[in-house]
Design a protein around this ligand. Structure first.
Ligand SMILES: NC(=O)c1ccc[n+]([C@@H]2O[C@H](COP(=O)([O-])OP(=O)(O)OC[C@H]3O[C@@H](n4cnc5c(N)ncnc54)[C@H](O)[C@@H]3O)[C@@H](O)[C@H]2O)c1
Length: 246
C-alpha cells in the first residue's frame, strides 16, 4: 500500500517504538493519528500528529474513537497495534517465599494489555474498513518473547497469541482486501528495555546477539513500512532481532 496520504492509526505511539514508527510513517507521507494512555507524552507530540487519549483495553472507548476518526478522515487505511506493556515475572520465585508463585492478577493484566488490546483495536478498525469498503493493512507489534522467554510467562503467552491472531486474520480478512502481518522485535534500545532489564542482562543479550548490539527503534519502523509497502505480504511475522533466538 502506498503510504503517501494514507490514514494511519498507531496505538501506544506517544513514546518509544510507537513514536519511532509514527514518525517514520509520517516521513513517508502518511497522515498520523496516535492513540495512547499517556496524556503528557501525547501533549509533547508535534502538531502534525493527531493525538488521542485512549485506553486500548477499553472496547467501548476504542470503538467510539476509531469510528470518530474514520468519519472525520473518511477512512482508516492502516492500523499499527503497538501499545503494550513488557511484564517480567517468573512462575516460581523461591527468593520470595511469601509470594512464591506468579500472581494471577498480574498474569491477567499482562494478557489484557498485550493481547486483548490488539483484538479490541483490530475489531474496531476492521469494522470501519469493511463498512466503508476500504482496503487496509494491520501490523501487530509482537516480540521475540512469543517463542517463550524465561521469566515472562504472561508476556510471552500474550505475544504468541498476537502471532496466532495475525495469521488467523490474514486468512479471514484477505477476502475484504485487508492484509495482516506482524513485526517481532528482539531487544531494542528503548527506554522500556533499559527500565525492564539491568545493564548486566543487556550486556549478556548483546553478547548472545550475532550482531552484538541492541536494535534501533527506526529498524523496527522500517520493518513496519516494508510490510505495509509489499501488497503480497500477508500472515507474516517478521523478525527484527539481529539474529538472536531465545
Ligand atoms: N522495546 C523493546 O525492546 C521491545 C521488544 C519487543 C517488543 N516490543 C513491543 O513494542 C511495543 C512498544 O514497546 P516500547 O518498548 O516502545 O514500550 P513503551 O512503554 O516505551 O511504550 C508503550 C506505549 O504504549 C502505551 N500504552 C501502554 N498501554 C496502553 C493502553 N492500555 N492504552 C493505550 N496506550 C497504552 C504507553 O503509554 C506507551 O506510550 C510493545 O507492544 C512491546 O511489547 C518492545
Amino acid at each position: 500500500m502506498e503510504l503517501e496520504g494514507a490514514v494511519v492509526l498507531v496505538t501506544g505511539g506517544a513514546k518509544g517504538l510507537g513514536l519511532a514508527i509514527a514518525t517514520h510513517l509520517q516521513g513517508q507521507g502518511a497522515q498520523l493519528i496516535v492513540a495512547d494512555l499517556d496524556a503528557e507524552s501525547l501533549g509533547a507530540l508535534p502538531e502534525s500528529i493527531e493525538g488521542h487519549v485512549l485506553d486500548v483495553t477499553c472496547p467501548d472507548d476504542a470503538r467510539a474513537m476509531v469510528k470518530e476518526v474514520a468519519e472525520r478522515h473518511g477512512r482508516i487505511d492502516i492500523l499499527v497495534n503497538n501499545a503494550g506493556v513488557i511484564h517480567s515475572e517468573p512462575m516460581v520465585n523461591i527468593l520470595n517465599p511469601a509470594e512464591m508463585m506468579h500472581d494471577y492478577d498480574r498474569f491477567r493484566n499482562s494478557i489484557t494489555a498485550n493481547l486483548d488490546s490488539v483484538f479490541i483495536m483490530t475489531a474496531a478498525t476492521v469494522e470501519q474498513m469493511v463498512l466503508r469498503r476500504t482496503k487496509g493493512v494491520i501490523v501487530n507489534i509482537s516480540s521475540i518473547s512469543a517463542s517463550g522467554n524465561e521469566g515472562q510467562t504472561a508476556y510471552s503467552a500474550a505475544k504468541a497469541g498476537v502471532n496466532a491472531m495475525t495469521v488467523t486474520w490474514s486468512k479471514e480478512l484477505g477476502r475484504f482486501g485487508i492484509r495482516c502481518n506482524a513485526v517481532a522485535p528482539g531487544f531494542i534500545g528503548t527506554g522500556s528495555t533499559h527500565k525492564a532489564l539491568s545493564d548486566t542482562i543487556i550486556e549478556h543479550i548483546q553478547s548472545k546477539t550475532p550482531l552484538r548490539r541492541l536494535g534501533h527503534a527506526v529498524e523496527v519502523a522500517k520493518a513496519v513500512t516494508a510490510l505495509i509497502d509489499n501488497d503480497f505480504m500477508n500472515g507474516a511475522v517478521l523478525n527484527v532481532n539481529g539474529g538472536l533466538t531465545i
